[in-house]
Unconditional design. Structure first.
Length: 236
């Protein structure tokens, strides 16, 4: 299961993987190595930065990630004994999702501080989309896509086409626009096995990212996240 918390986009999921559950955008810049010329780490870094800048240009707040899908800029407060965690008020980089920004110069600064970053995260729950990510997993016997379809049928709703990203494991991330309030919480497997929710304080690994498990790719289709017809992300 893709357990990244905290997630788009640069706007590219592919294929028929359930278009009603989300086809996405095809305007993302794509870079492919020539045959016989595998990517180097620097290539992954440059590609992630390029895609992150495209996403930022569409209003998405982004942060650089490591190959392990963790925030790439180290915290400046490891030695601090403060009881209240800093969320960026100190003005330094290294505050995880609180560093997320759509400002292109700030994005470049973040990536320059983490030249090992080969991926990027898209913050959920922030303007303009107040993104809600539905992470449909396929590992460990789970089938998130089928589980979501069954939930939709049970509640008599149709899942609208929306931005969809294919994950290295064969799963999918669906991007929905959410309400400004109340905040949608993060959850893992609460709706059904194989379905995780990325809400406020979470992020999704953006398309064009390369992690230790492989690449995240955008499927052609809808250019912006669509509102869900009925809160499939509800955890009540």
């Amino acid at each position: 299961m893709d357990t990244t918390t905290g997630s788009h986009p640069s706007t590219p999921v592919d294929g028929p993987a359930h278009r009603s559950a989300g086809a996405s955008i095809d305007r993302f810049t794509r870079r492919s190595p020539r045959p016989g010329h595998p990517y180097r780490r620097e290539d992954h870094h440059t590609t992630a930065l390029t895609h992150a800048l495209v996403a930022a240009g569409r209003g998405y707040a982004v942060i650089p990630l490591t190959r392990a899908k963790l925030p790439a800029v180290a915290s400046p407060h490891h030695a601090d004994q403060a009881t209240a965690p800093c969320r960026g008020a100190c003005g330094q980089l290294g505050h995880g999702i609180h560093d997320a920004t759509a400002d292109p110069l700030a994005v470049r600064r973040l990536f320059a501080a983490a030249p090992w970053a080969t991926a990027y995260g898209i913050a959920c729950g922030v303007p303009p989309y107040h993104l809600i990510g539905i992470d449909l997993d396929t590992k460990h016997g789970a089938d998130g896509l089928t589980a979501l379809r069954l939930l939709a049928e049970e509640h008599h709703v149709a899942l609208p086409p929306t931005v969809t990203v294919r994950t290295p494991s064969g799963g999918h991330h669906l991007y929905f626009s959410g309400p400004p309030s109340p905040p949608v919480p993060n959850s893992a497997g609460r709706l059904a096995p194989g379905i995780d929710i990325r809400g406020t304080g979470g992020y999704l690994v953006g398309p064009g990212s390369h992690t230790s498990r492989g690449a995240y790719t955008l499927t052609p289709g809808t250019p912006e996240p669509q509102p869900p017809p009925h809160p499939p992300y509800s955890t009540s």
